[in-house]
Design a binder for this molecule. Structure first.
Ligand code: NAP
Ligand code: 8YV
Length: 310
């Protein structure tokens, strides 16, 4: 049987299906010494969007043919090197659009309607002592700027439509959609009440949401990040939230996951999630199935269902 190296969190169901066709090695149980001894036989890698494949691991595998990523974002995999070496890389586009969009909507609502503050108000007994909680903001008729109107960005726009927004977007290219296109992110932020980040991570989008973009979004503005932590300048974000230059932030992703700066945790105007955009049983099962199907199809036919565009 061929050998697959599993990096990161594959589910038991994934491991069981892979084991029918592969000898499975879990990276968590090994180290670089083991890898040197066993490198030649490993032809396939399964990983996730967070762990990717570290450059030294990819370099150590001379016969690597394929990397199957359990997630749509693959910024933690060096695709330039994969292309150079003829290594096929696959990911899981499409099957998680609705779930990640739901997470974005949940963060928007939690910020606008102060879900965490009001939940704490009930639990702490303040409601009984002080009476009604302070009023919140309505999500009706807001201008929503989407940074990255791809598969998930379009699902977010659709899911927010019942709140009657003016939807605008910035991406590299203009799309055939009924939303206004901005070729300048700062200009879009200035016109938006909510800025939702849903681009890929990586060098091209690194810190594109910078201090200027956050200032343009403004004291009444809300930043939502369900993309990658690298897309937002986290230091500038903390400064903007602390100083009141930015109103609220709902974040599913961070620069150094799972480390989240204490300053973000201390702020009352943040809602923080542990990178769970796609993390429901149903959606993770669909992602897991596609990850394993790509792996098995590559083994059996040399083709795959969902390669990365590169
Ligand atoms: P997609 O269909 O490829 O869409 C990506 C969008 O980003 C496209 O509209 C693209 O613009 C735009 N974009 C790329 N580079 C840009 C740049 N430099 N400036 C402005 N816009 C840029 O991808 P998707 O399936 O929607 O997924 C998007 C990302 O969401 C993933 O890569 C991943 O990082 C993140 N994600 C997060 C979670 C989570 O758990 N929080 C879950 C899933 C995905 P063009 O169309 O013009 O090229
Ligand atoms: C996963 C993601 O959390 O698909 C992505 O890009 O960020 C998430 O769906 C990630 O792949 C880890 O499994």
């Amino acid at each position: 049987m061929p050998d697959v190296l599993v990096i990161g969190g594959a589910t038991e169901a994934m491991l069981a299906r892979m084991s029918e066709k592969f000898t499975v090695h879990k990276w968590a149980e090994h180290d670089m010494d083991w890898l040197e001894e066993n490198a030649e036989k490993i032809t396939h890698v399964v990983t996730n969007g967070h762990d990717g494949v570290r450059p030294e691991i990819m370099a150590a595998l001379p016969n690597l043919q394929m990397i199957s990523c359990y997630g749509v974002g693959y910024d933690a995999i060096d695709t330039t090197e994969a292309v150079r070496r003829g290594i096929m890389v696959t990911h899981t586009p499409g099957v998680l659009n609705d779930e990640v969009a739901t997470t974005a909507v949940m963060l928007v609502l939690a910020c606008y309607r102060e879900l965490l503050r009001d939940d704490a108000y009930v639990r702490s007994g303040e409601w009984e002592k002080k009476g009604s909680a302070p009023l919140t903001r309505s999500l009706e008729n807001q201008t929503i700027g989407i940074l990255g109107l791809g598969r998930i960005g379009q699902a977010i726009a659709t899911k927010l439509a019942p709140w009657n927004p003016t939807t605008v977007y910035h991406s590299r290219t203009k799309k055939d959609v009924p939303y206004t296109y901005y070729d300048n992110l700062e200009a879009m932020a200035a016109d938006s009440d909510i800025l939702i980040c849903i681009t890929p991570g990586g060098a091209e989008t690194r810190k594109i949401v910078n201090a200027e973009v956050l200032a343009a979004l403004g004291p009444k503005g809300t930043l939502i990040n369900v993309a990658r932590g690298s897309v937002v300048d986290e230091t500038a974000l903390i400064d903007a939230l602390q100083s009141g230059k930015l109103g609220w932030a709902g974040l599913d992703v961070f620069e150094q996951e799972p480390k989240v700066p204490q300053a973000l945790r201390d702020l009352p105007n943040t809602v923080l999630l542990p990178h769970v955009g796609s993390a429901t049983v149903e959606t993770r099962t669909a992602m897991a199935n596609l990850t394993v199907e790509n792996l098995l199809q590559h083994l059996e036919t040399g083709t795959v269902a969902t390669p990365v565009p590169e």
